[in-house]
Write a protein that binds this ligand. Structure first.
Ligand code: OXD
Length: 322
């Protein structure tokens, strides 16, 4: 039962049922924000409740809703990405927008990418293809240091991925928009460095956020900049990929394989050509996820901070989009 007078944290998405998160949020609020009630949004949520919303935690929050919440102090993504929140042109200009930064989620991502790197570095794609023909042929074994993996985006997640690959001996290179340094990783920055960075890679992994600059980034020119036989791993966002360009690079034999965890339309429609394309490994947006407790704990903690007049700890730069 919600009270229309209590400060409210609204769980809100047009596309996903967030009621499963409610228990974790209530438990976190009882600890860190006593007096704040947790309400799941529906199109019928009464105006008297909306008037008391101090924080929205969500995914696809209806465009225009935040601007209609007079007490709103925080808009929090329940994931690492915020593009679905920033698509609202009517967001109050001073409203902090936060994202989840969870070391366990970053470790999960690092496991997934490490698996992909080991799979191709140890030629398991070729070994598995030969098994179908009962062919016994040992691939040549090379050291991990002879396999160059490039990581695009060295934020909390990308940095953990790069560190993990480096700890396993891979030759790790990182690309970011602005200069960055990371021990054990050869760092490249800016548009001018992109082609030379791509040209030397055996595998490129994207962990880039979706922004106007990265939408459609992986196009025909981008694939052409990769060396023949490279592998593409996309753990960023599906909207960054120009699908026909990928299919063309694969079918011409320019690209060895693609591991895709994110798609423009999720779930990936059953009639998508990607499902059956030789060389494409489709995984269902499973590379990594934060736990309900981590999501609730972080967002409730940031809510307590904004209610106490402090800035949240996990705000994104709204201009940059991450
Ligand atoms: C996220 C995601 O943004 O899972 O957390 O894509």
């Amino acid at each position: 039962m919600s009270s229309s007078a209590a400060p409210t944290l609204l769980l809100c998405s047009e596309t996903d049922d967030l009621s499963g998160l409610r228990g974790a949020f209530e438990a976190a609020a009882a600890q860190a924000c006593p007096g704040v009630q947790v309400v799941c949004w529906t199109p019928q949520t009464p105006a008297a409740v909306l008037d008391q919303v101090v924080a929205v935690a969500g995914w696809f929050v209806p465009v225009g809703l935040p601007a209609r919440l007079p007490r709103l102090r925080l808009l929090a993504s329940i994931g690492a990405g915020v593009e679905h929140l920033l698509r609202d042109p009517g967001l109050p200009s001073d409203l902090p927008v936060t994202r989840i930064v969870d070391p366990a989620q970053a470790r999960g991502m690092a496991e997934y990418v490490l698996w992909a790197a080991l799979h191709f570095h140890r030629d398991l794609d070729r070994v598995m293809a030969r098994q179908a023909h009962r062919q016994w042929r040992m691939p040549a074994q090379r050291p991990a240091a002879a396999y160059r993996v490039g990581v695009m985006g060295l934020g909390a997640m990308g940095a953990e991925v790069a560190r993990t690959l480096a700890a396993h001996g891979f030759d790790v290179h990182g690309w970011t928009r602005r200069p960055q340094s990371l021990p054990g990783v050869t760092c490249w920055a800016g548009d001018d460095a992109l082609r030379p960075f791509l040209a030397g890679l055996d595998m490129v992994v994207s962990l880039l956020p979706l922004t106007p600059q990265t939408r459609g980034l992986f196009d025909a020119d981008w694939f052409a900049a990769l060396r023949p036989g490279a592998v593409f791993v996309n753990c960023g966002r599906g909207e960054q990929l120009v699908e026909p360009a990928l299919l063309d690079a694969l079918r011409r034999g320019h690209l060895r394989a693609a591991v895709l965890d994110v798609f423009e339309h999720e779930p990936l429609p059953a009639d998508s050509p990607l499902w059956g394309e030789p060389g494409v490994l489709v995984t269902p947006h499973m590379a990594s996820a934060a736990s309900d407790e981590a999501i609730a704990g972080q967002i409730v903690g940031d809510t307590a901070r904004v209610l106490a007049g402090q800035p949240p700890l996990h705000a994104v730069d709204r201009q940059r989009g991450y």
